[in-house]
Design a binder for this molecule. Sequence first.
Ligand code: GLY
Length: 578
Amino acid sequence: MQQIIRHRLVSKERLFLKVNGFVLIAAFLLSGCAGSGPVKNSKSTYRNGMVVTASPFASKVGLDILKKGGNAVDAAVAIQFALAVVYPNAGNIGGGGFMVYRAAAGETNTLDFREKAGAAASRDMYLDQSGAPIVDKSLYGPLASGIPGSVAGMVAAHQKYGKLPWAKLVEPAILLARKGFPLSAQQANELNGLAAQLQQLNPDGTALLKTGKWAPQDLLIQEELAGTLEQIRDHGKAGFYEGKVADQLIAEMKRGGGILTKSDLQQYEAVWRKAITGAYKQYQIITMPPPSSGGIALIQLLKSVEPYPLKRWGYQQDSTVQLMVEAERRVYADRATHLGDPDFYQVPTQGLMADQYVKDRMSSFNWSKASLSSAVKAGEPKGKEHEETTHFSIVDQAGNAVSVTTTLNGSYGAVVLVKGAGFLLNNEMDDFSVKPGAPNMYGLIGGEANAIAPGKRMLSSMTPCILEKDGKLFMVVGTPGGSTIITSVFQTILNVVEFDQNMQQAVSNKRFHHQWLPDLVYAEKGAIDSLTRLKLESKGYKIEPRGPMGRVDAILKTKDGSYQGGADPRGDDQWLGW
Ligand code: GLY
């Protein structure tokens, strides 16, 4: 089997940062010390740590923090704020996310800083008089926004595990916002494509709009965002959820018909939750519990395929793809019915992941013929109890690992920047079942478990994940991609543990995806070779081509103890090690 690795030429970029009066020339000699595509070989020499993010600037910020003695959580905080500046389509302070943490000694924890519905939210708030969903209402403008969780999340993470002073972690983002950073070609294109909508939803203008068109290497300067980050630097959580920034956010709500109030902001808390864990062969999966559906679904997927000889069948072979697709069909059917905010709905977590339950679910498929999604309903586990997000992975010098996925939901969220504060609002309310049974922006169907309620967290697919092998750190992985997040993480893990790919190959290789409904196998070009395609189609599988799926950023700890990065060539992603 031929591995496909896209080669990317990365230009040398220089960023001039002014830190505490000193001019710091951060030279990004990208081709020399890091890769945004292929690794040179599988024997890297990065033993002290590594960061992988969606932006070379954010990766550099994270690596600098590690080199200054910060730990993985310090680097995560600095990266989260930097991404809000340099990757505005998903990096955020106006959104939310999840963090999975594994200390070098093995202790694990997860942090839920997912957005919540405001107190004035109601089950039918996005339906018209006939009870039909008004699609744009949960997607654009302040009404689409849940209470942001990212700033509370970073404060909580720093208070529990951080080492360096808070201000030092926010400072690089302030400098990037104030001094500007050069747009990549992809970013310039995206902003040009979004210009009309930005103009319409932000009639007074925003830093993301330019007279004329953005070109690659244009500096994006975000003065208002720098001011907001200074409030956060100086006042921590109160710098965002109270005072000037909170006033600006509430004024934006009033201008655009949103419902969030000061009391919603003041009451928001990030929550530490026990990690979801599960075994796959000699690997232990440590991942996010609900309100993410990703952790449970990932473990269900791995358990579904565990009894089968994937390694012997081989990568991309028809049996391998068929088995994975049939597992995905069943797991996404379960997701639609059983997953929601555990503070509001009794999610049957252990039942869904039970060995016998997963085995029973897989017993209904037939090798000679595709199952029909219309015939696959959610199971009955015991104990009834847009596609833009971004992921980063970090390991520090001591071996502590952090896996963070964070989001505004759609690209540029609700496409509204808070006037005067310069940050984008999320459109995470669309991740609720706006009408149980109706699909959201990713075509995902949800049930009662994920109906809108005041103060409730909307279900997510984000699957930040850490793997142990024989009790030791093995991999840090995650991705954006809406409904494709779970299957992209699943495939990346199998690429390494079953098909012996190195981290970069596992990330770069093409992906496919099934999500129960619609009953289609979505495939990137090259994900399913022509012979496999013919065999699958003859059994009734419908294969639908689609564009890039996910942007996986991952770190592998190799046998010799060094770190190997996988930065997704579908974006500007970059790993940096030292
Ligand atoms: N907004 C994408 C997710 O949370 O899954």
